[in-house]
Design a protein around this ligand. Structure first.
Ligand code: NAP
Length: 507
């Protein structure tokens, strides 16, 4: 055994040509405890050539423990393989290859077919079952049936269609404690928490891809992130858990920022992405101490689109700022209570105030959505002279009325503002990158342009602003500012702006 404990990070090799397959095994060995050779990704000829070189490769001290898998399409594999094909494959595997291998994966039907006479010693066998449609309710019964076979380990991987499906996976891991070792995972983005927390909950192994794009199943994150960002092998039942709930959350930079900082400050903690369609269901099943179905030390949550409003009825208290703008982006779990806050305003205003005086200034706010609402509140509090510019006057009217601002059509913008703040997604990556809501000519009289968008850093609007000679501020400062405030609320941690910025720039 190359590993110091019995909890493994396993990297699947999904290369399709023999040379890259073999070199990927050594590359994966830098990160993994176990390397899974997905032999179904190779043609018959290439598979033979790789298998012939395995004993020598396994003897290399750099190479980690090997797991061999030859998966049929209906169980998530790359090839159409009948039961006979699979039996033949394993029967003809050379003895020295079996000797060089730590684990083999036999699908449940194959294990049943061997009827106790396996060509591979049972102590090496992981008995697996996959469901790519759903996470059924009978996982414990299925585990019992699989655990009753002579295989050494049971693996059950199912599709999470919603985040509450993860509860069945965690329940299975609990159930298997003290019984036969289990590998239990919920696939898809909704199941990511099982990939990160399964080892800490008691599972034997979790999978992480060699790199982005090399995943062998939906929702798999990189082994490097599992190990270095989420530090999954250091996590235990005491670990403080934080996370972001939203739908979708895959794009969020918050896990990178918060995990890096939590690690820097030596916290036994992790910050996870929770892709939840229904905020109420998530709060009930995972967060509220009286009703939650998963025992973990959850300390706090970030809340993002579309839950900033819908989460409010599920909280015990909402602070006055969050109440005034009607949006919660932070939940603190303390003393059995759920308290809501909004750190977006401090996050947005602080970097602006550091550059200019806001009181009495003529400020143009572009857009009238959620972030415009927070900005208008912040500007109002600070005595700015605000005008909202929107494409739909009827939609924007209630906001203008509430904060007593002027309202104009976005296309009628002609300048004459000290500060311009973009609260539309125009210019955002994957939306309309390269486009600007305003031309450089209309910014000639403006002192500062603030774009809330943070990907890309240099939006077309900020480029136009620089051309027009304005001072500029990008959305990264707001992202960092609101996160700093969240850590203060959750655990009273004071993180310097520069440390948070460095954390974001790691990738
Ligand atoms: P939102 O609630 O959807 O509001 C978007 C606003 O922009 C709406 O008023 C919308 O008008 C308007 N809009 C959208 N497309 C437009 C177009 N092509 N032309 C004119 N107006 C348009 O979104 P949000 O939450 O306020 O976010 C807005 C931007 O701020 C996003 O890019 C987001 O990434 C960024 N943001 C950054 C941070 C940070 O930490 N830096 C935080 C929050 C938000 P309609 O109502 O007519 O559709």
């Amino acid at each position: 055994m190359n590993t110091s404990d019995n909890r493994f990070i396993c990297v699947p090799i999904t290369e399709t040509n023999p040379e890259s397959f073999l070199s990927a095994i050594l590359e994966a060995s830098q990160l993994a405890d176990v390397v899974e050779l997905r032999l179904d990704y190779l043609s018959a000829q290439d598979r033979s050539s790789v298998i012939a070189r395995l004993p020598a490769l396994a003897a290399n001290t750099v190479c980690k423990d090997l797991l061999l898998t030859f998966r049929p399409r209906e169980q998530g594999g790359q090839q159409d393989l009948g039961l006979e094909d699979r039996q033949d494959f394993w029967r003809h595997l050379p003895a020295e290859v079996i000797a060089a291998t730590r684990f083999v994966d036999f699908e449940f039907d194959l294990v049943e077919r061997w009827n106790n006479r396996s060509p591979v010693p049972w102590e090496k066998v992981i008995c697996s079952w996959h469901n790519f449609e759903q996470t059924p309710c009978d996982l414990l019964t299925r585990y019992d049936r699989m655990a009753a076979t002579p295989a050494a380990v049971v693996k059950i991987a199912t599709m999470a269609n919603r985040i509450s499906d993860c509860l069945k996976t965690f329940e299975l891991i609990q159930y298997a404690k003290g019984k036969k070792p289990v590998i239990a995972l919920a696939m898809s983005l909704a199941g990511v928490s099982t990939r990160i927390l399964s080892l800490a909950s008691g599972a034997m192994l979790t999978f992480g891809s060699l790199r982005k794009g090399a995943e062998s199943a939906a929702g798999q994150i990189t082994a490097s992130d599992l190990k270095n960002l989420y530090r999954i092998k250091q996590l235990n039942s005491e670990s403080e858990i934080f996370g972001i709930i939203g739908y979708p959350v895959g794009h969020s930079r918050s896990p990178l920022m918060h995990n890096t900082v939590l690690s820097l400050y030596g916290r036994n903690a992790a910050y996870l992405p929770f892709e939840a369609q229904d905020a109420g269901e998530f709060i009930t099943d995972f967060v509220r101490p009286e009703t939650k179905k998963f025992a973990w030390n959850l300390r706090g949550l970030s809340v993002t689109i579309p839950h900033k409003l819908t989460v409010i009825p599920y909280l015990d208290s909402v602070d006055s700022t969050a109440k005034a703008i009607g949006a919660v982006n932070t939940i603190v779990v303390e003393g059995g209570k759920l308290n809501g806050f909004n750190t977006d305003i401090v996050g947005a205003m602080k970097p602006l105030e550091e550059l200019v005086e806001i009181r009495g200034r003529r400020v143009a706010v572009l857009g009238a959505g959620g972030s415009a609402r927070a900005i208008c509140y912040g500007l109002n509090q600070r005595g700015a002279n605000t005008t909202i510019f929107a494409r739909d006057m009827t939609k924007a009217a209630p906001l203008a009325e509430e904060f007593e601002t002027k309202l104009q059509l976005l296309e009628s913008f002609t300048g004459d503002f000290d500060i311009v703040i973009n609260c539309t997604p125009i210019g955002m990556r994957h939306h309309s990158e390269g486009k600007s809501p305003l031309k450089a000519e209309s910014l000639k009289n403006t002192a500062l342009v603030y774009d809330l968008i943070y990907t890309p850093n240099a939006t077309a609007l900020l480029c136009n602003a620089r051309k027009a000679g304005c001072q500029t501020l990008g959305g990264m400062s707001m992202l960092i500012g609101q996160a700093i405030e969240q850590l203060r609320l959750w655990i009273d941690l004071e993180v310097p702006f520069e440390s948070m910025k460095e954390a974001l720039e790691i990738q």
